[in-house]
Ligand binder design. Structure first.
Ligand SMILES: C[S@@+](CC[C@H](N)C(=O)[O-])C[C@H]1O[C@@H](n2cnc3c(N)ncnc32)[C@H](O)[C@@H]1O
Length: 287
């Protein structure tokens, strides 16, 4: 498949070539990794890593952080977005991280890597990338490219933030219902994102050993360190999501815009409270 074919076939719920989406992901990476306590939290002996792969790497923040922290590892990121891959390669160059590289690849297809070529395969926030039916095949491909004894590391959201704003909650509900209708996630009723409850069973079925998980939280209440960055994420993310809600038939752009404007007001309120929850799952490929 050529690069243009791959871009044309994107299954992402947002426009992967949008500069606004790229800006959102640059910001999201910083706050996510910081709240987790670093890019490799949960990985045993990170200094022994030789080859690391990040699938759906976006603008490359995770790969660049790992390449900086582990200078003896070769760290590769792949994404379907040409603008994100170009940005990520430019950042690797300006940060003089010769051990970081990025390429365009469609991760819903067989991965263009030989068997057993990585010690660690990482993927974060793919619930809106992989239709539910693609997850088992995706995990099988991760397993194929991992070396025996290698680690799979998947991070997904429980929610997109729980808050005191009814408008924010309504937009969340639009998101969950749109995901369910469009075939993303495994929610039983469209009231959750529906991904974290299923991943441990997928890892067990794929034969992983020593499966484990780490839960993370990020508070974005008014007057906390997380507020500004999370506000920016919501401001960009829910603007971009309006077309998706309309396409899924869950809310017109006018309806979504009304809640969006109210959410921005609510999030500036002195007593606004919010907490975001996400989980990292790890497993070891048998030797
Ligand atoms: C929610 S973002 C997550 C980015 C990154 N993993 C992070 O945590 O910051 C999803 C990413 O998947 C990419 N993507 C969407 N469809 C894809 C596909 N079929 N193959 C590869 N990447 C894809 C998007 O371009 C976007 O960068």
């Amino acid at each position: 498949m050529t690069e243009n074919d791959a871009i044309g076939k994107s299954t992402y719920f947002l426009d992967a070539e949008s500069p606004v989406e790229m800006a959102r992901l640059i910001n999201l990476d910083l706050i996510t990794t910081q709240a987790m306590g670093g890019p490799l939290v949960g990985v045993d002996n990170p200094s022994r890593l030789r080859n690391v792969l990040d699938l759906g790497c976006g603008p490359g923040g995770w790969v660049l952080s790992v390449a900086f922290a582990q200078p003896t590892a070769e760290v590769e990121g792949v994404d379907i977005s040409r603008i994100m891959v170009d940005y990520a390669n430019s950042r690797a160059h300006t940060q003089q991280l010769l051990n970081a590289s990025f390429g365009v690849m469609d991760i819903t297809q067989p991965l263009d890597f030989p068997d057993a070529s990585f010690d660690l395969v990482n993927a974060r926030f793919l619930v809106g990338v992989l239709p539910a039916t693609r997850w088992p095949g995706f995990i099988a491909e991760c397993t194929r490219v991992l070396r025996p004894g290698g680690t799979i590391r998947l991070t997904e959201m429980i929610d997109a933030g729980v808050s005191s704003s009814p408008a924010f909650e309504e937009l969340q509900s639009f998101l969950y219902r749109s995901f369910q209708r469009a075939g993303y996630g495994f929610s039983a009723d469209g009231r959750t994102l529906g991904i974290t409850h299923i991943l441990p069973s997928f890892l067990r079925k794929a034969g992983y050993q020593n499966t484990r998980r780490l839960a993370h939280t990020l508070e974005f209440s008014m007057h906390t360190d997380g507020w500004m960055d999370f506000y920016r994420n919501a401001e960009m993310g829910y603007k971009l999501s309006q077309a998706f809600f309309a396409k899924a038939g869950i809310a017109t752009q006018e309806e979504a815009e009304k809640f969006y404007q109210q959410m921005l007001i609510d999030m500036h309120s002195d007593d606004f409270c919010g907490m975001w929850h996400y989980v990292t799952f790890l497993g070891t490929k048998p030797k």
